[in-house]
Design a protein around this ligand. Structure first.
Ligand SMILES: *Cc1c(COP(=O)(O)O)cnc(C)c1O
Length: 492
C-alpha cells in the first residue's frame, strides 16, 4: 500500500511516510486504500490477544515492514513492564449500553502511549529500510500528553533524539512535572511562550522550511514528527477501536455486525480520525461522537460547515484538548471530497489567509451522517465527573468527562440507544486536583499529590506508581523560548 499526501504531492511507502512525518508539500500522508474487514477476519481477530490483534491490523497498512518487525515493536510496547493492565486497553461496562475504553494504562497515563510506545521502533526500522544514516530528530509540539509519551518512547533510542515544545502555561502540573523530569541523553524539553496552536504551527512551518531543513541536514539530522500528523501515530490507534468491538462481541453484548457508537474527546482530531478509519475498514459504527471543551471549533464546524479561527482561545481543565487548529481534520476532508487535493489546498490556504474556510451543504450532509459533535464547558465537565462517580463509583478524568457529557447530550437529542463506547483518554490521577474538587466541591487542596491521596481514599482506585515516583524525581529541563526561536532552540 502506498501513502498519498492530502495536498497532492508525491506518494511514498509506509516506512517513508512514517520517517518523514509530514509530506514536503505540507500535507498529511493518508493510506491509498482502506483494507476491508470481513466477518471471517473479525471473528479471527476476536480470538486473539490485544497484541496479536495489533500485529494483524497494523500489518494491513505497513506493508513494507515484516511481520517479525511488527511483532517485536508490539511485544516491546504492550507488556507488563509498561502497562499496568494485562488487557492493555480494557473495556469496562458502565451501564447497560455504555462502556468505557480505558486507554490510559501505559507509562504516561494517557492514550498517547498506545501509539508512542510503538512509534520509535517503527521509525528506527524505517530509517534502516530507507538507508537513512542521519540521526532522526523527533520534533514534538504537545498540548500536554504527547510530550511525555514521546519522551518516554524515544528516550535513549539509538540514532534518534526527541525535542518537545509545550505551551509554557498551558499544561497541568503533573503533565509539566512528567516532562521536566525526563531522563535520557537524547531528550530536550522547551516551554514556549504561546499556546499549543502557536507551538504546532511553528513546528509545521519548520518541516517545510528549506533553510531549516538544510541546516539540519548539515548537522546530519533528519527532522521527523511524533505528533498525530505522523501516520505511525494513527495506525496503532485504529487497533483499539476494532479490539473493543471484539471485546463487546466476546462479552455477548452485541451480535456480529451490530452497530456501535464511539465517543471521542477531541483536540487535534487524531484519535477520532482513527475511529473513522476503522469505520472505513468496515467496522460497524453508527455514529462517531466528537466531544470538545470550550474551544469548540469542531462543534461549530460540524454544525455550521464553517471552520473559523476568529474566536477566543480558552485555557480549560482539559488542557490536552485546548486546540483550535485540529490538524487531522485535513485527512477527513480529503476522504469527504473523494480525495480532491485541489480543494484541500484551497481550504487550508483560506484558513491561513482568511482565518476560516467553508464547506458546501453536500459535504456538510456527508459529515453529519457520520459524526455528531458537541461540547462541554468546565463547570459541566466537573458536574459530569461527579455524576459518573456518584452513580457508578467510576472515576474519570476531565477529558473523558467531556466525552461522557456530550454522549448524554447526544442521547437526549436523538433517543439513540445504540451501545456506545467512550474513549477514556487519561487517568483521573493525571488531573487529580480538578477531579477531587469535582467530586468534593469546595475542597481546598491545591497540590496534585495531596489531591491524589484523598482521591485514592474516596475511590478505591489505586494511585498509579508513576505518580508516586514523580514526586522523587529531579527537574532536568528548564529551557524556555519565544515562538520565533523554536528553530534556533532545535539547532543549538
Ligand atoms: C491528546 C488528548 C486528547 C485529544 O486527542 P486528539 O487525538 O488530539 O484529538 C484527549 N484527551 C487526552 C487526555 C489527550 O491526551
Amino acid at each position: 500500500m502506498s501513502f498519498f499526501s492530502t495536498r497532492g504531492g508525491k506518494y511514498v511507502s509506509a516506512s517513508q511516510a512514517i520517517l518523514n512525518g509530514l509530506s514536503p508539500d505540507g500535507g498529511l500522508y493518508v493510506p491509498s486504500m482502506f483494507p476491508m474487514l470481513t466477518a471471517e477476519e473479525l471473528n479471527k481477530l476476536c480470538k486473539l490477544s490485544y497484541s496479536e490483534r495489533a500485529v494483524n491490523i497494523i500489518k494491513y497498512y505497513l506493508e513494507d515492514y515484516t511481520t517479525e518487525e511488527l511483532e517485536i515493536a508490539i511485544k516491546n510496547a504492550y507488556n507488563s513492564d509498561k502497562f499496568d493492565d494485562g488487557r492493555i486497553a480494557p473495556l469496562i461496562p458502565i451501564d447497560d449500553n455504555t462502556y468505557s475504553l480505558e486507554l490510559y494504562h501505559g507509562p504516561t497515563m494517557a492514550f498517547k502511549d498506545m501509539a508512542l510506545q510503538i512509534l520509535p521502533r517503527l521509525i528506527t526500522y524505517a530509517a534502516k529500510k530507507n538507508n537513512e544514516d542521519r540521526e532522526v530528530s523527533i520534533l514534538v509540539a504537545t498540548s500536554g500528553d504527547t510530550g511525555k509519551a514521546a519522551l518516554e518512547g524515544f528516550k535513549d533510542v539509538e540514532n534518534t533524539s526527541c525535542t518537545v515544545f509545550y505551551p509554557k502555561d498551558g499544561v497541568s502540573d503533573i503533565q509539566k512535572l512528567q516532562m521536566l523530569t525526563t531522563g535520557g541523553n537524547n531528550t530536550k524539553v522547551v516551554g514556549v511562550n504561546g499556546n499549543f496552536d502557536d507551538t504546532q504551527s511553528g513546528l509545521k512551518a519548520l518541516f517545510v522550511d528549506e533553510e531549516f531543513r538544510s541546516k539540519m541536514d548539515k548537522n546530519n539530522r533528519l527532522p521527523s514528527s511524533a505528533n498525530s500528523i505522523n501516520f505511525g501515530r494513527l495506525v496503532p490507534q485504529i487497533v483499539y477501536y476494532i479490539s473493543s468491538y471484539c471485546d463487546l462481541l466476546n462479552m455477548n453484548k452485541i451480535a456480529m455486525f451490530h452497530s456501535v457508537n464511539f465517543v471521542v474527546p477531541t483536540g487535534n482530531f487524531g484519535n477520532i480520525l482513527a475511529a473513522y478509519y476503522a469505520q472505513s475498514m468496515g467496522l460497524p459504527i453508527n455514529k462517531l461522537i466528537c466531544a470538545s471543551n470550550t474551544n469548540k471549533v469542531l462543534t461549530d464546524f460540524f454544525n455550521t460547515g464553517v471552520y473559523s479561527l476568529e474566536r477566543e482561545f480558552f485555557k480549560t481543565i482539559s488542557p490536552s484538548m485546548d486546540i483550535l487548529i485540529s490538524s487531522n481534520l485535513e485527512r477527513l476532508l480529503y476522504e469527504m471530497t473523494d480525495r480532491n487535493s485541489e480543494l484541500i489546498n484551497k481550504w487550508m490556504n483560506d484558513l491561513k489567509e482568511l482565518g476560516e474556510f467553508k464547506i458546501n451543504e453536500t459535504y456538510k450532509t456527508w459529515l453529519n451522517a457520520k459524526f455528531y459533535a458537541g461540547f462541554a464547558d468546565d463547570i459541566t465537565t466537573k458536574q459530569e465527573i461527579k455524576k459518573i462517580f456518584d452513580k457508578h463509583q467510576y472515576l474519570i478524568d476531565p477529558h473523558t468527562a467531556v466525552g461522557f457529557n456530550v454522549l448524554e447530550q447526544y442521547r437526549k437529542s436523538t433517543n439513540d440507544d445504540t451501545p456506545t463506547i467512550v474513549a477514556s483518554t487519561a487517568s483521573p490521577y493525571k488531573f487529580s486536583e480538578n477531579v477531587l474538587s469535582a467530586i468534593q466541591p469546595g475542597s481546598e487542596i491545591h497540590d496534585a499529590f495531596d489531591s491524589a491521596e484523598v482521591l485514592e481514599k474516596l475511590s478505591n482506585l489505586r494511585i498509579p506508581k508513576q505518580i508516586n515516583e514523580l514526586k522523587q524525581l529531579e527537574i532536568r529541563h528548564n529551557a524556555v523560548c519565544e515562538r520565533n526561536e523554536m528553530a534556533d532552540s532545535i539547532l543549538k
